[in-house]
Write a protein that binds this ligand. Structure first.
Ligand SMILES: [Zn+2]
Ligand SMILES: [Zn+2]
Length: 374
C-alpha cells in the first residue's frame, strides 16, 4: 500500500511530463479476483486526450458484471474498471489545451465523432467508442486518461449539497435514464411507470417528474418506494406483495382516475432484473412504449406479438450521447434531480472491500469511490 501513502497532490497548473507521481488505481486482474492496487507510473497523453484527476467514480452493475460474471472487457485484463467519472483536468494534449483546469464529467461512452453511425446521429452505437474501464483504464483510480471529445464541463461553483464527486453518477446513472426519457418524448400528458427505483430508476423518477409526467414507481423495496414518493412519484406499488396481474389492474385503475391525455403508458424498465422486465412487458397497453434501461443477462419468456396487437413500441438505449449531458447536468444543478439520497461515498483506498459489498448487495445506494486528498 506504500504507493497510496506519501502521494503528492497534482496541482491543476502542474506541467505534464508524461508521468504523474503517485498515481494509482485498482485493477481487475482476472474474473473473480480481488481488485489490486497498482501504480500508474506513466500516463501516456495523446494530442486530443486529457488527464483527469478523479474526484469520484461511481460503481455500476456493469463493473460487477466484468468482475464477477465473466462479461468480457474490450481491453484485456488487467484493467482499472470504472466509467462513472467526475474530476479536474490536470493535463491536456496539444490540440485540447483549453480543457486544462476545467472540472468535468466524463461521459461513460465517448463516440468517435467520425464514423457512419456518429455522422448519422446515432453516436451511442459508434463501434469506435471509448468507454473508460472497458476500452482502457477507468476511474477507480487517482487519475484517468480520456479523450477530450465529449467532456461535459461542470461549473466551478456548485449549489449547496452538490459535490463534484457526487456528480460522477451523472456520467451513467443519471444520463442513461435521461436519454431513455428524452427518446420517449415524455411530457405532461404522459403517465410514466418505472419498474425498479434504486439508483437508475430513482433518478429516472425525478427526471420524468421534471419533464412534467405523472409517475408510477414499482419496486420490491418499501424504502425505495418511500424515497420515490419524496422525489416525484404519485403512485407506488410494492411488487413483492403483488403479482403482475394485480400490478396491471392497479396501474389501470390509477390511469382511469387521472386526466392525462397521453396515448399509452410510457414504461421504463430500470430494475435490470428478469422479474422487473417481465412486469414491465406485462404493463404494455394500447399504444404503449417500453424503454429498456436496465440490463439483465437472463432471457425472458414473453409474447412478443403483444407489441403487434397493441401497436406498441419497445426500445433500448446504450448510454447517452455526450451532447445531452449538459441538459441532464442542468436538472441536477437546478435541484430537480437530487443525488445525495441515492449515493454513498467511500474512499478509493477501500475499493476492493466496497466493490465486494456492492456485489453482495450490502450497499443500498450508488457507491462512489473518492481518492484521498493529500
Ligand atoms: Zn454503467
Ligand atoms: Zn463513431
Amino acid at each position: 500500500m506504500s504507493s497510496a501513502t506519501g502521494t503528492t497532490a497534482i496541482k491543476s497548473d502542474d506541467l505534464f511530463s508524461g508521468a504523474i507521481h503517485g498515481a494509482y488505481g485498482f485493477r481487475l486482474t482476472g474474473v473473480g479476483q480481488r481488485l489490486e492496487l497498482q501504480e500508474l507510473p506513466s500516463l501516456e497523453l495523446g494530442p486530443e486526450q486529457v488527464v483527469v484527476r478523479v474526484a469520484g467514480c461511481g460503481i455500476c452493475h456493469t463493473d460487477i458484471g466484468y468482475a464477477f460474471d465473466g462479461v468480457p472487457t474490450r481491453h484485456p485484463l488487467p484493467l482499472v474498471l470504472g466509467h462513472e467519472i467526475a474530476g479536474l483536468v490536470v493535463a491536456a494534449g496539444d490540440k485540447v489545451a483549453h480543457w486544462q483546469g476545467q472540472t468535468v464529467i466524463v461521459p461513460a461512452v465517448i463516440p468517435c465523432g467520425e464514423c457512419p453511425a456518429c455522422k448519422a446521429g446515432r453516436a451511442t452505437i459508434c463501434r469506435k467508442q471509448f468507454m473508460p474501464g472497458n476500452d482502457g483504464d477507468g476511474g477507480f483510480a487517482t487519475h484517468v486518461v480520456v479523450p477530450a471529445r465529449g467532456l461535459c464541463p461542470v461549473p466551478d461553483k456548485l449549489p449547496d449539497g452538490v459535490t463534484l464527486a457526487a456528480l460522477s453518477v451523472v456520467a451513467d446513472a443519471v444520463t442513461t435514464p435521461y436519454e431513455a426519457i428524452r427518446r420517449a418524448q415524455l411530457g405532461s400528458d404522459d403517465i410514466a411507470v418505472f419498474t425498479g427505483v434504486g439508483g437508475i430508476g430513482g433518478f429516472g423518477v425525478q427526471i420524468a417528474a421534471a419533464f412534467g409526467a405523472t409517475v408510477v414507481a414499482i419496486d420490491i423495496d418499501q424504502e425505495r418506494l418511500d424515497l420515490a414518493v419524496q422525489h416525484g412519484a404519485s403512485l407506488t406499488l410494492d411488487s413483492s406483495q403483488m403479482n403482475d396481474r394485480d400490478l396491471k389492474s392497479a396501474v389501470r385503475s390509477f390511469v382511469k382516475q387521472r386526466s392525462n391525455t397521453g396515448i399509452g403508458l410510457k414504461i421504463f424498465e430500470t430494475s435490470g432484473t428478469a422479474a422487473g422486465q417481465t412486469t414491465a412487458f406485462s404493463l404494455i397497453d394500447h399504444g404503449g412504449y417500453l424503454a429498456v434501461v436496465g440490463y439483465s443477462p437472463r432471457p425472458l419468456e414473453i409474447r412478443l406479438s403483444n407489441l403487434m396487437a397493441l401497436d406498441a413500441t419497445a426500445r433500448g438505449n446504450w448510454g447517452c450521447p455526450p451532447e445531452q449531458y449538459p441538459a441532464a447536468l442542468a436538472l441536477v444543478l437546478e435541484g430537480k434531480v437530487a443525488l445525495q439520497p441515492y449515493v454513498e461515498e467511500h474512499s478509493l483506498d477501500e475499493a476492493p472491500e466496497i466493490f465486494e459489498a456492492v456485489h453482495k448487495h450490502a450497499i443500498r445506494g450508488r457507491a462512489i469511490l473518492i481518492p484521498p486528498t493529500h
